[in-house]
Design a protein around this ligand. Sequence first.
Ligand code: RI2
Length: 308
Amino acid sequence: MADNVRKTAESIKDMTIRGAGKIARAGASAMGDFAKNYKGNSLEDFKAELRKCSDVLTSSRPTAVSLWNGVNATMRGLSSAETLEEAKELVSSNANEFVKISAMAVQTISKMGANRIKSGDTILTHCNSKAAIGVIKEAHRQGKDIKVYATESRPWRQGILTVNELAEEGIDTTLIIDSSVRTVMKDVDKVFVGADTITSHGALLNKIGTSQIALIAHEARVQFYVCSETYKFSSATIFGDMVTIEERDTDEVVKKGEIPDTVKIFNPVFDSTPAAYIDAIITDVGVIHPGSVYDVMIRQLGNNIFEE
Ligand code: RI2
C-alpha cells in the first residue's frame, strides 16, 4: 500500500487532519493519488490493493460516516472497468469529483443557512464545523449584525480554532467553557452545529456535548440547526446498523500522573442527539426536517440499496 495512504490514515487518526468534511476529502484524495501512481500491471491486484487502502483509511476514525462515504465514492463503478488504465482513471476522477462537490456543498449550506439568520441575532456554535462556521461567516458577509458564542469544546478545544476564524472575519465573538451553555442560552436566538453522521431516523452524531446543547436549547425554546452535507447521511443505519462512538486516549483529558491510575477515564468524543431536539437540518439539497432524512437518502441513493 502506498505511503500517502498510510500517512493520511495516521493524520486522520491523530487528528492532524480533522473535521468530518476535511477527513472525507483527505480520504478520497488519498485513494485518487494511490490510483494515479499505481505501478502494478494487473486489474485484479489493483482492486485488491484499493480495498486494502479503503480499509486502512475508513478504520482511522469510526464515527464520521463522511470518511466512509468519501472513500467509497472513489470506487463507484469500478466493477464495470474492463482494463487497469480505465480503473485507475475512474478512481482518480471519482476522487476529484467528490472533493469538488463536497467543497461546493459547504458553500451551498452556508448560503441557505445564512437565510435563517437575521440582523441582531445571537448565535451559539459548538466545536469547529466548517459547515456551521460557513453559515455564520456568510451571514456576516451579508452585513447582518450578529454576535456569536463559541464553546471551548473540551477535551480537544476545537473552539479555539473557531474563535480565531470568527475573530479574523471581525465577528463579535465570545468564547465560553462548555459548562456555561445553559447560563448564556437565555441570550441566544439560534444554535448552529455541524455533523459527523446523520442517521436514517434523523439523529445527529456530532462532537461530545452537542446533545446537552440541544437539550438546553429545547428547554429555552431556542432554534437548533444542524449544518450537514448529505454525504454525511448514513445509509447503513437504514438497515439498523449502529454508529460507533469513538473513544480517544485518556491523555486528551488529563496529563499523565495528574490522577491516580486507579481512576478510570471515559473519553467519548461524539454523542447522539435525537431528531426531536433538531429544528432543521441545513443540507446541500435544502433545509429539511430531520424526519425527511430517510426520503432524501432513498432519493439520492435509489431503491437499489435494498438489492442484495
Ligand atoms: P465539518 C468535527 O469532528 C466536529 O464534530 C464537527 O461538528 C464535525 O466534525 C463536522 O465538521 P472532529 O473532527 O465537516 O473535530 O462541518 O472530531 O467541518
